[in-house]
Design a binder for this molecule. Structure first.
Ligand code: ADP
Length: 606
């Protein structure tokens, strides 16, 4: 059965973490153990050197004893005449005294055949006197090389000892016999019993001759060949001692002198730190074995430490991975959001363009209707005038004809004014175009354009315009603003009777204010903040686009002014604020439109 990928990954990661934990603990344990072993090894080496020094000092102290005695004339005398009973007794006593003074175990004299002529222990049951030790290597070494040293178990006493021998020469330098001192190292061995660790002294055959662990004495560390065994029996070196092995297995070599060893001893398997140090003069090797118990404590600490470090590392990695993932998701979300916003903006722009287009088309429609109405009237009047003029001509009434022509002229003038207006309106206003404008004139122009509607709906227009109100701006765009405001006012008053439109201008500091107030009931308070937003409209579908005020607001801002909406007791009041033009005109001319006629009701009724 295959796991789902996410779960499989989680299981895999958990397994890796656990495996890493175990590995790091094992690894740290190994390192700590090795470290501890090496440290203990160094300590042990110091200890071993002290032991070696003690053995060396002891042996050296006794080595001189037979060498000095070999010069004694009585000894030579006895060797020459071994049957001299008095001399022999005297020497026995001398050796006894010397042995006592030196603190050695036995001091004795052998003739050239190895027979004991005199011995310090002549009084005891185990007296060496009369015994032959010609088979002992220390005897033969002394005859051959002048001196010998040999560890063996005493054949007579059964007590192990270190035998130091020295040849005795006659005046001509010929060997007469051998002087031997036996040291019993048991005292030394007893001293070691309380010491830490197991101390072994092995001879050249790797047989343990001294140790602070009695059960291990006379065990061999290296296997013995049959020939060696036979030789040992011949020399009766270890007497009746039963030689047994001490099996061991090297686990790890730590350095030149130390290793970790598993010993299969009399009390079972045990691991030891095993150190060696050779004593070249004696041909022995000192061994120190230490138990690893103390090492284990330090290792546990290291393992826990490694586990802690590993887990910290794992958590850190997990945290970083999580953070990276979160960032990736955030980045992806952000770019997705940006893409969405871009797409929406694009859609909105298209929609807006479509709406603007629709608004333009609607405006065109309205304008066409207004134009048709505006032009139709004078055209009908003209047709009638032309008919009556023809009649007057037929009746030969030239005066009346002249009068009629003047009225025709008036009608034509009106139509010309209208088209002139349209021409200005159609002219594309270049951005940034700015001229000195009379507010009264701009209002007048706007009212002209809306004249048919104002007339039809019987709106009373009250004007209170200050002739000197002058601002800088673009006439057509400002007119557009006023037309928008007037349209809205007319829409608002559609259901009212009577309809009153009040337009007034006044100075406020450095600005001119132009307000347009109606009695259409005003703007609902909750809509006051929204009326300038694009596409905000309360008009039924097909009537309002909600762009008029937004566009107007933009235009007024471009001109450096502001547009505010508010209510008074009767209806809405829109206030246009524009910076006043400072100073008189430089060219002395009147501002644009100063000459234009003012809008008045009498004209509306024409
Ligand atoms: P539209 O006229 O196409 O609705 P506008 O931006 O010109 O768009 O006007 C937005 C809205 O502001 C209108 O729908 C209306 O609710 C409100 N409004 C504007 N002028 C007036 C006014 N004089 N009286 C009452 N409400 C008005």
């Amino acid at each position: 059965m295959s796991l789902p990928p996410i779960r499989a990954r989680v299981v895999l990661i958990a397994a890796l973490i656990v495996a890493g934990l175990v590995l790091s603990m094992v690894w740290a344990g190994r390192i700590a153990e090795r470290h501890a072993w090496v440290e203990r090894g160094q300590e042990a080496r110091g200890q071993l050197e002290l032991y070696a020094q003690a053995i060396h000092t002891l042996v050296e102290r006794f080595r001189s004893v037979p060498a000095l005695l070999a010069l004694d004339s009585d000894i030579r005398e006895l060797l020459r005449s071994p049957d001299d009973g008095t001399l022999r007794q005297r020497l026995n006593e001398r050796l006894e005294q010397q042995n006592h003074a030196a603190g050695s175990a036995v001091l004795y004299l052998l003739d050239r055949q190895g027979n004991t002529l005199a011995a310090s222990n002549w009084r005891e049951w185990s007296s060496f006197v009369g015994n032959n030790y010609g088979f002992r290597p220390y005897f033969r070494d002394a005859l051959a090389d002048g001196a010998g040293r040999y560890f063996a178990v005493g054949v007579t006493t059964g007590i192990p000892g270190y035998f130091l021998s020295q040849v005795v020469h006659d005046e001509a330098g010929r060997p007469l016999g051998v002087l031997v001192v036996k040291l019993e190292l048991e005292a030394l061995q007893r001293e070691w019993v309380g010491q830490a660790g197991t101390l072994l002294v092995a001879d050249s055959l790797d047989i343990v001759i001294l140790t602070n662990r009695p059960a291990w004495r006379f065990r061999y560390l290296q296997p013995l060949s049959d020939a060696t065994r036979e030789r040992l029996v011949a020399a009766r070196r270890y007497a009746e001692q039963n030689l047994r092995p001490l099996p061991s297995q090297r686990l790890e070599r730590l350095d030149e002198y130390s290793e970790r060893v598993r010993v299969d001893g009399p009390d079972g398997h045990r691991d030891y730190l095993w150190q060696r140090l050779s004593l070249p003069e004696e041909g022995w090797t000192l061994h120190l074995l230490q138990e690893p118990q103390a090492v284990a404590d330090g290792v546990r600490g290291y393992r826990l430490g490694a586990a802690g470090v590993w887990m910290t590392l794992v958590f850190l990695l997990l945290f970083l991975a999580q953070r990276r993932k979160t960032r990736q998701i955030e980045r992806r979300n952000r770019s997705e959001l940006e893409r969405l916003v871009q797409a929406r903006t694009e859609q909105l722009r298209t929609a807006q363009e479509e709406l603007v287009h629709a608004a333009k088309m609607a405006a065109l429609g309205q304008m066409s209707a207004a134009l048709a109405h505006e032009i139709n009237q004078p055209l009908t009047a003209l047709r009638m005038q032309v008919g009556s003029l023809r009649l007057l001509l037929d009746n030969d009434r030239p005066d009346d004809v002249r009068q009629g022509l003047a009225s025709v002229e008036g009608l034509i003038e009106r139509m010309a004014a209208l088209t002139g207006h349209l021409k200005t309106f159609a002219r594309k206003s270049p951005a940034g175009l700015s001229e000195r404008l009379s507010l009264a004139h701009v209002v007048d122009q706007a009212l002209q354009l809306l004249a048919p509607r104002i007339r039809n709906e019987q709106v009373a227009v009250e004007l209170a315009l200050t002739p000197e109100a002058e601002v800088n701006g673009d006439a057509i765009r400002l007119e557009q603003v006023l037309i928008n405001l007037l349209h809205n006012a007319l829409d608002a008053m559609a259901d009212r009777e009577p309809r009153r439109l009040r337009i007034r201008s006044r100075r406020a500091g450095r600005d001119w204010l132009l307000s347009i107030a109606d009695n259409g009931g005003g703007i609902a308070p909750e809509h006051l903040d929204q009326v300038f937003e694009p596409f905000f409209t309360t008009k039924p579908v097909g009537h309002g686009l909600g762009l008029g005020l937004a566009v107007s607001y933009g235009i007024v801002h471009d001109l450096g002014g502001s547009l505010e909406a508010g209510n008074d007791a009767q209806g809405a009041v829109f206030t246009l604020r524009l910076p006043a033009v400072r100073g008189p005109r430089a060219d002395g001319q009147q501002p644009a439109g100063q000459h234009a006629r003012h809008f008045d009701t009498s004209q509306q009724e024409q």
